[in-house]
Design a protein around this ligand. Structure first.
Ligand SMILES: [Zn+2]
Length: 477
């Protein structure tokens, strides 16, 4: 194991709160020392994609932190960084995983052993200061059981930003995922989180010359004032609303009007209402039948909708939820590794018998067992970014293992023959493109030993686009 910014981020990404994305978490960390630092410049094209790309490179240990971050990290006031973490980072993490996060860092650091690699020492010595807010050395951390969480996170972050280069972790980073985090579940009883005493620390000289009871009263008064400043606890409905609107991409599910997503203090741009579409009407109000609609046009007319319209709306809701779940699944580093592993598998097959063996017959013989009508939506939603990923991995594998992307030619050719020869005119097949896509995905999935279905989907999507299969004028190479 190696501690570096990539492995640090990989731990936190595996523990992020619902509706937080990787780039947002990554930027929040960097802003702790470089508040004005941005991955993009004003007017840049596709800024979100750029932010995602940089985050992903940092997360894969393929890029170092920029000097604009590491320089200020060296001179930052550790206490201020810790306060920043309390206010701006903790909220992005799943609060139920704090102890697992601590255990994960303890584990990574303990296993980051000093060793000589190419005449250079790597790893962390026992007396190295590893947590830079409280000045804890590696040997002390190994036996530490009490943690002020935000301060610990900030201290480790400062270490990764100032003392490591982000290439250290490249080999081990794949093993840091959600499964790794929850592998610590059985040990969380060994960690105590210290309640934050910052409030009482900041009482200005209040105890000077005062009796204990008077002091206590002052403290009580101070705490009451602080409590009054807190926002009322968010009600359950808020998180349901965020979920529903996130799934619907911030739009009214019926008319598509922009409503926005009210997360982290953002106010929705439109008036909305959560409506429960109950069939039969005695169903409970629950996530499964809840939709967010604009309250200007759509919510008021729900009571007049026909059963079919209600069914349609519930179908759209399910589709949105499935798309969101798919996007969540493919946003992590693990997914890129799955794509790579499918491609490597394909390469192996190529060397034994080859994918060219795929002919029309093989494809036709695969049953139409999947019916996923919204595949195209899913593919479209994340296509550009993932195709770039596939393209990049293919390019790298070409160098590394002599991977031959053209080997997919046979597969694509048989698909295009099928498309022309009957599938298009078969009235039973509603969407020929989707039908062919599914056959191709199934075929690849079978060929690589039924692993990583989602990665297969993306690779096929990439190939279809690359070969321009569905463009009538295109010729297959
Ligand atoms: Zn509407």
């Amino acid at each position: 194991m190696r501690l570096c910014f990539g492995s640090y981020l990989a731990v936190l990404v595996s523990c992020k709160a619902v509706n937080v994305d990787n780039k947002q978490l990554c930027e929040a960390l960097l802003h702790s020392v470089a508040p004005n630092y941005e991955f993009t410049f004003a007017g840049q094209e596709n800024p979100d994609r750029v932010r995602e790309d940089v985050t992903s490179k940092l997360l894969r240990c393929e890029q170092n932190l920029p000097k604009d971050v590491t320089d200020p990290a060296r001179t930052a006031d550790p206490q201020e960084v810790a306060l920043y973490f309390k206010d701006h980072v903790l909220g992005l993490l799943n609060e139920n995983l704090s102890k697992q996060i601590i255990l994960a860092f303890k584990d990574i650091i303990a296993n980051d052993k000093p060793e000589m690699i190419k005449n250079k020492m790597h790893g962390i010595e026992d007396d190295t200061k590893i947590e830079l807010v409280n000045g804890i050395i590696k040997r002390e951390l190994a036996v530490q059981t009490e943690f002020l969480f935000h301060s610990f996170l900030a201290g480790i972050f400062l270490y990764t930003a100032t003392k490591t280069t982000n290439r250290y972790g490249k080999k081990t980073i794949e093993s840091i995922d959600y499964d790794y985090i929850v592998s610590f579940n059985s040990r969380i009883d060994g960690i105590n989180l210290i309640a934050d005493k910052a409030a009482s620390f900041s009482l200005p000289n209040i105890k000077n010359g005062k009796a204990d009871t008077e002091f206590a009263e002052d403290v009580a008064g101070y705490v009451v004032d602080k409590i009054k400043l807190l926002k009322p606890a968010t009600v359950q409905e808020d998180s349901l609303l965020v979920t529903l609107l996130s799934e619907a991409n911030g739009n009214c599910l019926k008319c598509g009007k922009k409503l926005g997503i009210p997360k982290r203090g953002k106010i929705p741009v439109g008036n909305y209402e959560i409506v429960y579409l109950k069939q039969p009407s005695n169903e409970r109000d629950q996530y499964e039948n809840a939709v967010a609609l604009c309250s200007d046009d759509c919510a008021p007319i729900v009571s007049e909708m026909s059963a079919d319209e209600i069914t349609d709306l519930l179908e759209s809701k399910k589709r949105c939820a499935a798309t969101q779940a798919f996007l969540d699944k493919i946003s992590g580093i693990k997914f890129q590794n799955q794509i790579e592993s499918v491609l490597r598998e394909v390469h192996k097959i190529k060397n034994t018998k080859g994918l060219e063996g795929t002919d029309m017959k093989d494809l036709v013989e695969i049953e139409r067992k999947i019916h996923e009508p919204f595949l195209k939506d899913k593919i479209n939603a994340s296509m550009a970014r993932l195709y770039k990923t596939v393209n990049g991995i293919c390019g790298r594998l070409e160098q590394e293992i002599g991977f031959d992307t053209n080997m997919f030619g046979g597969l694509m050719k048989s698909a295009s023959l099928m498309l022309d020869g009957g599938v298009k005119s078969n009235g039973d097949i509603a969407d020929p493109q989707e039908y062919i896509m599914n056959l191709l995905i199934d075929n690849l999935f079978l060929q690589v030993g039924q692993k990583h279905k989602d990665a297969c989907e993306i690779i096929i999507g990439y190939l279809v686009k690359r070969c321009d299969l569905f463009n009538e004028n295109a010729k297959q190479s």
